[in-house]
Design a protein around this ligand. Structure first.
Ligand code: FEO
Length: 171
């Protein structure tokens, strides 16, 4: 059902989703070290979401007859010059993920793999949302600049985010 190229790219994307979780947990650690618990909490939630994205690939591969191939993950970047630098880095990472999802979709189309195209559609939409939410925080941090009170207000705002398990989300 899967061409060799598509199967390789699906497994690589599964790795990238788990890698994203690892990266965002590293960012949560950075924010904890900066005494910004709200930003840290937001990143922890994002890390958990990324693990569910990786699991979606895992489940799809198992159901659709594609052999899973879990790959090595490099150490993520743990230190950042500022909260803004950290979120700029995460936005660039999301753009990289969007690009790889789009390439995967191109391959699924080329293979006439309809099941893979339908599966990937969720990720195409998700990436629009992810880039928007990271981008909005980058903009807010740019506006905040050196305003410590502004940063504390953003920290309180981002603390409100909570993890919604996929089953509850779809119910
Ligand atoms: Fe699942 Fe943020 O990419």
């Amino acid at each position: 059902m899967f061409s060799e190229k598509l199967l390789d790219a699906m497994n690589e994307q599964m790795k990238n989703e788990f890698l994203s979780g690892y990266l965002y947990m590293a960012m949560a650690g950075y924010f904890e070290s900066e005494d910004l618990p709200g930003l840290a909490s937001w990143m922890r939630v994002q890390a958990l979401e990324e693990l569910t994205h990786g699991e979606k690939f895992f489940n799809f591969l198992c159901e659709a007859g594609g052999r899973t191939d879990l790959r090595a993950i490099d150490a993520p970047k743990n230190d950042y010059d500022s909260p803004l630098a950290c979120f700029e880095y995460s936005l660039e990472h999301e753009k990289f993920v969007t690009d790889s999802i789009n390439k995967l979709m191109d391959q699924a189309r080329q293979d006439n793999n309809h099941a893979a195209q339908i599966f990937l559609q969720w990720f195409v939409t998700e990436q629009v949302e992810e880039e928007a939410s990271f981008g909005l925080i980058v903009k807010k941090l740019e506006r905040i600049g050196d305003d410590g009170n502004g940063l504390l207000r953003l920290d309180e705002e981002l603390a409100q985010r909570s993890f919604v398990p996929p089953a509850a989300e779809e119910a």
